[in-house]
Write a protein that binds this ligand. Structure first.
Ligand code: HEM
Length: 329
């Protein structure tokens, strides 16, 4: 299994998450004391602290709304039905068999479909109901004075208490699910540091490995555009040709790498490759820097970008040494 560290949560998101967690837990603790479930701060203090925390929560919500709109992060929560069955299957069965997670986290899409749905419900329904019922509760008498009769005080209190139960249930579920990442602590660590180790598919490993191998390879690598201009070469190519920096060749025409009489053969090969053929191996004579002659084995492949051939690329292996050795024998 290959993994990579990926930045999942921005600084604000982490600050928002933990502040929200502390505030909701504190609101629940003080709220259920007001409700008469237990004595913790003392009734009067509980009422006072619940009111302070409620204001802090409102300020946090305003900042969070602003942040979500300005960064486009609100899109995270758009519910999707894709993979929802796979995700449910995972939580009900797969998780107990150590099956792989059905969806992948990225900075742009860090919530799985069930999370999207749950958080969407929470943000659009439970939290607004809780905040609105809370403030109506707080200013019940004032709203009555201006002639607004929303609901009876006991109705509001019931709605608010019901919302509190939903939020507490959410917290328990949320803490359990938070421990079901790659390791029990990995999701939690990610919400603290912002970074997470995510699994890579073989395609991603390949996309990461190939360019590095090509860059460091002893085989020369080249890429010509459709008109035969050199667009990219690696260090080994420069060495084989005797150049010291890519600037000396990039943007120049590939005909400079051949004797004038060999230039048509190169053009012909480019035409073949642009027509979709590949050249598996061919020995060619090159003209290096300052006219230095040499021979190498060459491969050539069409380069596709979105189904269109944009040029020719391949590898070269120096043959001059072998030829010199043969001549010595
Ligand atoms: C901005 C958000 C909120 C506001 C404005 C608010 C406001 C209030 C008010 C005015 C009361 C009556 C007692 C008092 O004056 O303190 C109350 C009670 C209560 N609050 Fe909140 N609250 C908010 C959020 C929450 C949250 C997030 C929870 C739980 C997770 C919660 C749980 C409770 C409970 C259980 C009661 C007792 C209800 C009763 O027995 O009547 N509140 N809240």
């Amino acid at each position: 299994m290959y993994t990579r560290k990926v930045k999942i949560y921005a600084g604000f998101e982490r600050f928002w998450h933990w502040t929200q967690a502390v505030l909701i837990i504190f609101l629940a603790l003080s709220g259920f004391e007001v409700h008469g479930v237990y004595t913790l701060f003392g009734y009067e203090k509980a009422v006072m602290w619940h009111d302070y925390a409620a204001w802090a929560f409102l300020v946090l919500i305003i900042f969070a709304i602003f942040w979500h709109i300005t960064t486009g992060a609100w899109r995270q929560y758009i519910p999707t039905t894709r993979f929802i069955k796979a995700q449910l299957d995972y939580y009900l069965f797969g998780i107990f068999r150590n099956a792989p997670h059905p969806t992948k986290k990225t900075t742009l899409s860090k919530l799985n479909p069930l999370q999207r749905l749950t958080y969407f419900g929470l943000k659009i329904l439970v939290i607004p109901v809780q905040v609105i019922s809370g403030f109506l509760y707080l200013y019940y008498h004032q709203t009555e004075q201006v002639g607004l009769h929303f609901a009876s005080l006991s109705g509001l209190a019931m709605l608010h208490t019901f919302g509190a139960f939903v939020l507490v249930a959410f917290i328990f579920m949320h803490i359990y699910l938070a421990t079901t990442g790659t390791t029990w602590i990995s999701n939690i660590k990610a919400m603290i540091s912002g970074w997470e180790e995510v699994e890579l598919s073989m395609d991603e490993v390949r996309a990461e490995a190939y360019p590095k191998v090509v860059r460091a390879s002893e085989m020369g690598y080249y890429f010509l555009d459709r008109d035969g201009y050199i667009r990219d070469v690696n260090a080994a190519w420069l060495r084989i040709y005797g150049y010291s920096s890519p600037e000396e060749v990039i943007g120049r025409h590939s005909s400079m790498t051949r004797k004038p009489e060999d230039a048509p053969a190169l053009r012909e090969m480019l035409e073949q490759v642009l027509a979709g053929q590949k050249i598996e191996s061919r020995i060619v004579e090159r003209v290096g820097r300052d006219g230095r002659p040499g021979r190498h084995l060459l491969t050539a492949h069409p380069v596709y970008i979105s189904d269109k051939i944009v040029g020719m690329a391949g590898f070269i292996v120096d043959e001059s040494k072998n030829i010199e050795q043969e001549a010595e024998r």
